[in-house]
Write a protein that binds this ligand. Structure first.
Ligand code: HEC
Length: 153
């Protein structure tokens, strides 16, 4: 599985509670990510077509399932369940952690466009968010969003 994410993968194996008590632990990573984003932002292109099968592979092979369930009704993970995420309002889904105040304030309806903006740099849209899954590659973002769009009744 090949997946590019500008975060050393080891960071995710740390027990999550550590990050909760000391957010400063992830600040240097944010800076790192920001630098990576600035470096690649020129490569962003509109109208990238997503492939749901590739997106599923990317999602499952990435850190996303650590914090997100895709099984309807399973809200026992740190992040919101992503079943039915497209068409839903940000910050309205139960999870172990519950939505942050800033996510609730953000309050967008999740669509291809809003997910694209958010997943490119969650912290830019929702300051201080614990959502650290970042997809800098527009094609990979489009693929993952195409997969998320299939998670519905
Ligand atoms: C360390 C845990 C963690 C990881 C890893 C993670 N997320 Fe998240 N994610 C969260 C949390 C927590 C939130 C809620 C953020 C808030 O309330 O500010 C969230 C929110 C989201 C949302 C908005 C959901 C909603 O209903 O509002 C999407 C979409 C999302 N994440 C996708 C992803 C994807 C795709 C990946 C993998 C690339 C990923 N996440 C990796 C913790 C995580």
């Amino acid at each position: 599985m090949h997946f590019e994410i500008p975060i050393p993968s080891g960071i995710f194996v740390r027990p999550y509670s550590e990050d909760l008590t000391s957010m400063s632990a992830i600040r240097p990573i944010r800076l790192f990510v920001l630098t990576a984003l600035l470096a690649t932002s020129a490569a962003y292109a509109d109208g990238v077509k997503g492939n749901a099968a590739n997106g599923k592979e990317l999602f499952m092979g990435n850190v996303c399932p650590t914090c997100h369930s895709v099984i309807k009704g399973d809200d026992l993970k740190v992040g919101p369940n992503l079943f039915g995420v497209v068409g839903r309002k940000a910050g309205t889904t139960k999870s172990l952690m519950g939505p942050s105040e800033n996510l609730t304030k953000y309050g967008v309806i999740w669509s291809t466009e809003t997910l694209d903006e958010f997943l490119a740099n969650p912290n830019a849209k929702v300051p201080g968010t614990a959502m650290i899954g970042i997809l800098t590659d527009p094609q990979q973002r489009a693929d993952v969003i195409a997969y998320l769009s299939t998670l519905k009744d």
